[in-house]
Design a protein around this ligand. Structure first.
Ligand code: BTN
Length: 226
């Protein structure tokens, strides 16, 4: 008889309030108190941030966490898929808007921020559970669902441990993407704007946009569904 191996539980560092869980994670790593497999969670963030240094408002009641993981390719895809799958358990069907938004009917429910520290990644996760802090956002509560912060966090963590191959992962992402097949306008980090149809994501997680001239692969940027 084969014995099922129990999945290791993460070590969690919980704080009532921090500036940003990303910074708290860095400080704990520097102090030798946190390492790969640890999660930093805060009830409130004073200066939570999103991509490109944007503000991530973090009132009480939301999920604000940073997971310390070994650097690996496709993490942005992997974390998005893990979050939507963890939300499925609460009967909450969310979509993935490239590159890092988790949305319900076009309103942002969650976002992820990935920063690198040496050979580790700080994978920041923000989910609006009770309150949607800006008009274009939505919360789990507003949708009429209930998701406990601890269960959601553990669910995300467990989905990340699944380790499916990259083709399966990309297929899962494609199946939950609200971007693919749509007309989009993407502003690249260089400031260049590309408009066309989002056809696919490639093996690197780059968005393939078909413009009138050619198909372009885009590594990162800000995407608007037109
Ligand atoms: C985005 O949508 O631009 C990314 C938002 C990421 C927010 C999370 S909340 C936990 C972690 N700490 C931060 O300061 N940001 C991330």
């Amino acid at each position: 008889m084969t014995k099922k191996r129990a999945r290791a539980l993460p070590t969690i560092h919980r704080f009532p309030e921090v500036d940003s869980t990303q910074d708290a994670a860095r400080a704990l790593i520097d102090a030798g108190r946190a390492r790969e497999g640890h999660i930093i969670v805060a009830d409130v963030q004073r200066t939570g941030r999103g991509r490109y240094g944007r503000e991530w408002r973090s009132p009480p009641g939301g999920l604000y966490a940073t997971m310390i993981l070994a650097a690996r390719p496709l993490i942005a895809i992997e974390i998005g898929v893990a979050i939507v799958r963890a939300l499925d358990v609460f009967d909450l069907r969310a979509d993935l808007k490239w590159p890092n938004d988790i949305e319900v009917e076009g309103r942002k429910l969650a976002g992820t921020l990935i920063e690198r520290v040496g050979d580790r990644l700080l994978v920041g996760i923000g989910v609006n559970l009770k309150e949607a802090p800006i008009p274009t956002a939505v919360s789990v509560k507003e949708i009429g669902a209930t998701a406990s912060r601890a269960e959601l966090l553990l669910g995300i963590w467990q989905h990340l441990q699944g380790g499916s191959g990259s083709e399966r992962l990309l297929d899962s992402y494609r199946g939950r993407s609200s971007t693919l097949g749509r007309r989009v306008r993407v502003t690249k980090e260089s400031g260049r704007t590309i408009e066309g149809i989002a056809m696919d994501i490639d093996e690197n997680g780059h968005l393939l946009v078909e413009t009138e001239q050619r198909t372009e692969g885009i590594a990162s940027g800000t995407c608007i569904h037109l």
